[in-house]
Ligand binder design. Sequence first.
Ligand code: NAD
Length: 492
Amino acid sequence: MAEPEKLQNYINGEWRNSKATNFQDVINPATGEILARVPLSPAAEVDEAAQAAAEAFQEWRRTPATERIQYLFRLKYLLEEHFEELARIITMECGKTIHESRGEMRRAIENVEVACGIPTMMQGGILEDIARGIDEFMIRQPVGVCAAICPFNFPGMIPFWFMPYALACGNTYIVKPSERVPLTMQKIFHLLEEVGFPKGVVNLVNGAKETVDAILEHPVIKGISFVGSTPVAKYVYARGAANGKRVQAQGGAKNPIIVLPDADLEMTTRIVADSAFGCAGQRCLAASLAITVGEARHTFVEAIADAAVSRKVGYGLDESVQMGPVISWQSRTRIERLIEKGMQEGAGLLVDGRNPHIPGYEKGAFLRPTILQDVNPASEIARTEIFGPVLGLIHVNDIDEAIAFINSGQYGNMACLFTSSGAAARKFRNEAEVGNIGINIGVAAPMAFFPFSGWKESFFGTLHGQAGHAVEFFTQTKVVVERWPKEWSRQF
Ligand code: NAD
């Protein structure tokens, strides 16, 4: 059998073999096949990328914004041309279904489209005559070399929450993909090469903790965007800030949804099942707890159990499959342990998705949808991020109790409400202490022209990814106060 391909880094406009002593297997979680080997690049390779990006910055920041976005227009068309291939790569390395991968790439492309508006979005402001004969204006300038450190669950989309805006604003860039899913960015960097960005403007460094630490320590790197688990987000935020960098760090989640008795049952069940079990529960916006209020309990529990049992699980490249595997066997074991823990804490196993048999995919890291019922709101399982296809059911008496429970949680990524009452919806969106709200929506993912607004332990920083927040993050403001006495001007 042929040796799996060793992936390269892309630095200063060329593909380079890594001098890493450690390589990690990239495994298709559905088949167990080794797709490639990824280098865990040492600090010296981060340094090469940072130096190349710093050199490229001087010319790139002076390139007119209208010219910079021409590169993004070309990128958009190449992403469209390679759309299907990219979706297949995501499914193969990450496990989600081909439909989910297509959705992911669509979201990535939307960010490129929005960043093409930078000549308008990056504008500053001016006020004439702040005192007699004196004008004051604010301009935005790029920050310098910036970097993204990415998680495994959206290998195509998440770098695009940041990179297109950074580049359009005149920064140069380094992407460090998750070492578990490096193939999507490998392909996208071939497209970036085809776009023809000047050398050093975009760089790819593969790796894990050592590579991340080198990014956090490098004096040339001025801005860091991180997405991943909360403990690592906290670490990246603290260490990056201690080194004088601006950092935006998105963390984990435990997303609750409330079902009121007046909700449309058929619609609610379909949407909640998609949210809880879509992407095998590995979305940072996956519904993890369904809180039924009053009478909703009886109708909803039966319907959601049916939806869980009937979900078709298998290899995501099969168009009829509705749920793929989780990312790895290690992850599957961790999730199964958490299910057991939930049961030890008193929850009942309404639907058991452990140890499934998926014919032909015995090496795959599969679980089927699982539902824990009567989860005690005070138990640990009600607070722990599971990041797998497991939905916990909690029952409360009224919406106030449900909102109080949500607000007592450590995370604040998303909360949703299912109802036909406008008044309940208004109360909920006003009082819930989370950054992304869904009303009769199960995955309240902000479009590219809104910020992805996590709160509490789901986000560390002030400016989020996407759109206007990204423009703020990737620029620094400069204020100019200017006087031109009349007598200095030649009269024409
Ligand atoms: P992770 O924290 O394990 O890894 C994220 C990145 O950090 C990777 O690039 C990895 O190489 C690096 N890393 C891991 N451990 C490190 C360490 N000790 N020191 C330095 N760097 C380290 O996250 P993951 O498992 O890849 O992704 C899943 C997590 O990401 C979940 O918690 C999920 O909720 C979260 N997530 C959040 C959002 C959001 O928008 N808030 C979006 C997607 C995923």
